[in-house]
Design a protein around this ligand. Sequence first.
Ligand SMILES: NC(=O)c1ccc[n+]([C@@H]2O[C@H](COP(=O)([O-])OP(=O)(O)OC[C@H]3O[C@@H](n4cnc5c(N)ncnc54)[C@H](OP(=O)(O)O)[C@@H]3O)[C@@H](O)[C@H]2O)c1
Length: 210
Amino acid sequence: MKIAILGAGNVGGALGKGWSAKGHSVYFGVPEPQSERMQALLKSIGANARAGSVQEAAANAEIVVFATPWNAAQNAIATAGNLAGKIVIDCMNPLAPDLSGLVLGHTTSAAEQVAAWAKGARVVKAFNTTGAGNMADSRYAGGKLVMCIAGDDAAAKKSVSQLAADLGFDPVDAGPLKNARLLEPFAMLWIYLAVKQGLGPNIAFQLLRR
Ligand SMILES: NC(=O)c1ccc[n+]([C@@H]2O[C@H](COP(=O)([O-])OP(=O)(O)OC[C@H]3O[C@@H](n4cnc5c(N)ncnc54)[C@H](OP(=O)(O)O)[C@@H]3O)[C@@H](O)[C@H]2O)c1
């Protein structure tokens, strides 16, 4: 698929690398496409990836992934231009600066705010509930890691589930987009355990069934 990834940091870089390796066409949209860091990432990925402005990347894509800090989200969405009809994946967590909590939640979510800003887009919440290191390498001896996916458009969720499976995750339909109200605090739990509780980034959630 033709995927724009807006933001090429920990999350954007990991997703872009993995999807490029699976044959998807990845177009990073960043404020400075010629930066040393962006060029080094492209070099490490090889074929199937390029970088340009946020607008260029989004215009060419079927799927647009938002992987910027939350405080850059509104600007990135406005710069991306018309997203109507496109699948938009929201990976962002609306974190308070010191990781003390979320700046919104309970009665709304970052994903619902993204949907309000990105008019007509088919917004899906995914790739927010585990660390970027797990997105770069999801292999654990205990089996596949869960990737919860919330959204209101069934076909969009199916495409995003395939993208999660491409990275080795166990994709699970977590219901409508408003369930991002559950997924964003769930991410906060991962962050708490990894950072504040000192367990480190090599931890992940799994969904067991019997
Ligand atoms: N890190 C994790 O483990 C993790 C896990 C799940 C979800 N998340 C969420 O994913 C998002 C990204 O996290 P991250 O750790 O990847 O952050 P990061 O490493 O700081 O990367 C952020 C990226 O966004 C770019 N950016 C900033 N403003 C932008 C704009 N207006 N338009 C386009 N790109 C812009 C930055 O470019 P410059 O470097 O040029 O500023 C950078 O490439 C956050 O919302 C975070 O809550 C993170």
